[in-house]
Design a protein around this ligand. Structure first.
Ligand code: GDP
Length: 322
């Protein structure tokens, strides 16, 4: 039986990955903050009844010794590093905390694996934010990186670390450069879930307005369970490598809103108002990924089209209210 350790197991991707690995017969371990174990009914809610089948370990990514001890104890065959801090803020304290959690956390994990379990396969969740401001779309593994946020910088620095541990120390370490991926388990701070949750409330007569920022903003939105499948495939291949995972298609926020409201038989124009508080200027060239490499080498394919992802999210949010 293979043993897997997942950081960020309580999040959207972690919960889908835990589900996938349990279905494949893995012994699944999750690294979580102590507060999550103490407040399991809320913080581990995305895992639902799967919680019973997972071994949770309290540890902090910022604490090298506790990570080393955990890795040496669990001795995983595969380690999926999904946890990260994703604040889009630029205050000094928050920049420092993002760099410590995201960069040092990845470093502590890699260093611990190299010392204690060098044969463990390692996946790092990179992000399209590593590309940042781009000259052309779509982007692929050869596109130059030009991050524009501390989050993107922390992910890019970690990605270089992953490549170094692969090239210098022979670790089986891979980065997935993941574009936005959505699902009914998406956090409410992301625009997609904000839209589907509020559309459901409006449908039920509980509210009458949805305040949004830039409706023209474009994103490359995929389906989280598909991305988790790709992540798993990366660690099953003969050689470690880095792959972009993306849908390859851009949709605007307005298209997303229209799709969500239409699914409920509503005209979004009657409910949506633009609020400058949520406004962020659109990128000149949008982030849009070219996933040819993972399609060709690993045979990965997305299974759910845009409209079906939106419909699933809306139906789920409606079911939570009824
Ligand atoms: P991320 O910016 O790619 O991490 O994902 P988000 O879901 O937060 O935002 C996606 C896009 O939606 C961005 O370009 C925002 O400018 C745009 N957007 C428009 N209105 C909103 C809003 O009310 N909230 C958020 N979060 N984003 C919005």
């Amino acid at each position: 039986m293979k043993r897997a350790l997942i950081t960020g197991i309580s999040g959207q991707d972690g919960s889908y990955l835990a589900e996938l690995l349990l279905a494949k017969g893995y012994d699944v371990h999750g690294l979580v903050r102590r507060a999550s174990i103490e407040d399991a009914s809320r913080q581990l809610a995305k895992l639902g009844p799967l919680q019973e089948q997972i071994t949770f370990h309290p540890a902090a990514l910022e604490n090298e010794l506790s990570l080393y001890k955990l890795i040496a104890k669990v001795k995983p065959d595969e380690c999926y590093h999904l946890a990260a801090s994703s604040f889009v803020s630029y205050s000094f304290e928050e920049e420092s905390s993002i760099l410590t959690t995201n960069f040092s956390g990845t470093h502590f994990l890699l260093a611990s694996l190299k010392e204690a379990v060098p044969d463990c396969r390692f996946f790092f969740a990179g992000s399209s934010e590593m590309f940042g401001t781009v000259d052309a779309a779509p982007q692929n593994e050869a596109t130059p990186f030009n991050p524009r946020s501390i989050y993107g910088i922390s992910k890019l620095a970690s990605h270089h670390l992953v490549r170094n541990y692969r090239n210098q120390y022979g670790l089986f370490a891979c980065t997935g450069i993941l574009y936005n991926h959505e699902s009914p388990r998406r956090d409410f701070k992301f625009v997609t879930r904000k839209i589907t949750a509020q559309a459901a409330r409006i449908k039920m007569g509980l509210d009458d307005t949805l305040y949004l920022g830039n409706l023209d903003a474009l994103r490359d939105w995929g389906y989280a369970p598909d991305y988790v499948q790709g992540i798993w495939q990366m660690l099953q291949h003969d050689v470690p490598d880095d792959y972009v995972i993306a849908s390859g298609v851009n949709h605007s926020v307005q298209e997303f809103v229209n799709c969500a409201f239409s699914h409920l038989g509503l005209d979004y124009r009657a409910y949506v108002k633009v609020d400058p508080r949520f406004y962020r200027p659109a990128e000149e060239v949008p982030l849009r990924g070219d996933a040819s490499k993972i399609r060709q080498i690993l045979g990965w394919q997305p299974t759910k089209p845009f409209e079906a992802i939106v419909a699933e999210m809306v139906d789920h949010d409606l079911s939570l209210l009824t």
